[in-house]
Design a protein around this ligand. Structure first.
Ligand SMILES: Cc1cc2nc3c(=O)[nH]c(=O)nc-3n(C[C@H](O)[C@H](O)[C@H](O)COP(=O)(O)OP(=O)(O)OC[C@H]3O[C@@H](n4cnc5c(N)ncnc54)[C@H](O)[C@@H]3O)c2cc1C
Length: 376
């Protein structure tokens, strides 16, 4: 049987980053992807993802600060430009469930420059927005955009350059830990690995359930819409920021990015579907709802051009899981709960550290796997 130090299951953003960081450290690594590389059935395709430090919890702010260093390292190592810094605003209705002070205090504690703005100050700086009274806005200059598909392709290419054995169109059917590592059963035969990194997002429990280690996941089809900006020059990243609206219903959007459109979406649509049930067809109700919201906030957004579907697998309270399983410590699980792309190169490094060193240089105490079902 072939034998490897580490096997990676899933070559979306997280698995590709893990394979890259493992191979770069000289580990003998094999990585499996059930579909073709770059497919659009998971969570890591399409153009843009928001990168930011502005979170309402210091642990995420610190991890984001760490990730910015890993992005710079990846860009330097690959020669690829993957991040575009645009500045970003988070709109927080005072009557809503989230408070601007959570964000400003976390940013202060982590020494991240930021501003707290009133609706009139937002209006003055970005007349493209219509922000109602009673909304506080947190601005951070370091917010920007990562190119999703290009980042994943770059990680996969660099992983191969460093010696990773990447096998696409090869599904992992089962994991059989036997105390001396794990037998990985694939459509292409069995291999043995000292450690296994499971970065399978919405498909994770298909492998963990048989091990009695399933993790509660709320899986749904998400969608994003590209609007044909009525005035693209006004929505360029030199004068229009990344924006997030944090309220009972959350929305987010981007300046123009590589085309004269502005992209926007609702975050957590509750359009529940397992991977097997996915339709890949956008919901007209969600498209209409989004259009109404966006045209209220950005009157010049223009008509819908196209809508792309994607997938969320949400852990309880959307906390990451970056941790070995209690029951099977040779199996390390990575779940980013629908907000992990900005951390991709850092999560890859952390997974490599967990697999090779047994611990991470980052504080990931908050991201432990849930205790075994019996003791929950
Ligand atoms: C619409 C949308 C917008 C988002 N916006 C942002 C944002 O602005 N900022 C941000 O930080 N994050 C954002 N995210 C979240 C981010 O994109 C995800 O957290 C991240 O892409 C998850 O990557 P992943 O590798 O875990 O999952 P995936 O990309 O889904 O990868 C999992 C892979 O595992 C493979 N796989 C599963 N089971 C097996 C098996 N048994 N054998 C072999 N292969 C298998 C799958 O085929 C898949 O390729 C967004 C996500 C969506 C959907």
């Amino acid at each position: 049987m072939e034998s490897f130090e580490v096997a990676v299951v899933g070559m979306g953003a997280l698995g590709s980053a893990a394979a890259y960081q493992l191979a770069r450290r000289g580990a003998k690594v094999v990585a499996f992807e059930q579909y073709e590389l770059g497919h659009v059935r998971g969570a890591s395709h399409d153009t843009s993802r928001i990168v930011r430090t502005s979170y309402g919890a210091t642990q995420y702010v610190r991890l984001a600060q760490s990730a910015y260093r890993d992005w710079a390292d990846l860009e330097a190592e690959s020669g690829e430009r993957l991040l575009t810094i645009t500045g970003g605003v988070i709109f927080l209705p005072i009557a809503g469930p989230y408070s601007a002070s959570d964000f400003t205090s976390a940013l202060e504690e982590c020494d991240v420059p930021h501003e707290l703005l009133s609706p009139s100050e937002v209006q003055e700086r970005w007349p493209q927005f219509r922000v109602p009274e009673g909304v506080e806005t947190v601005y951070t200059a370091d917010t920007g955009i990562a190119h999703a598909a290009r980042t994943v392709a770059t990680l996969q290419m660099r992983a191969r350059v460093h010696g990773a054995d990447i096998r696409d169109r090869t599904q992992v059917e089962a994991l059989i830990p036997d105390g001396d590592g794990v037998i990985v059963r694939t459509a292409g035969g069995d291999i043995r690995a000292g450690k296994v990194v499971v970065a399978a997002d919405a498909w994770t429990n298909a492998l963990l359930e048989p091990l009695g280690a399933a993790i509660p996941l709320d899986v749904m089809q998400e969608q994003v819409t590209y609007f044909q900006s009525a005035s693209p020059e006004e929505h360029g990243s030199d004068r229009f920021p990344v924006w997030i609206w944090e309220d009972d219903e959350c929305y987010y959007g981007f300046p123009t990015y590589g085309e004269p459109t502005i992209k926007a979406a609702r975050d957590v649509s509750f359009n529940r579907m397992t991977p097997a049930e996915r339709t890949y067809v956008p919901s007209p109700e969600l498209t209409t709802q989004l259009g109404e919201f966006v045209h209220g906030l950005i009157p010049d957004a223009g008509p819908e051009m196209r809508t792309v579907t994607c997938q969320y697998a949400l852990t309880p309270d959307r906390r990451f899981i970056l941790s070995p399983l209690h029951e099977h410590p040779d199996i390390i699980v990575a779940l980013a709960a629908g907000h992990g792309f900005k951390f991709t190169p850092a999560i890859g490094r952390i997974l490599a550290e967990l697999a090779l060193d047994g611990e991470s240089t980052d504080d990931i105490s908050m991201f432990a796997a849930p205790a075994p079902a019996a003791s929950r």
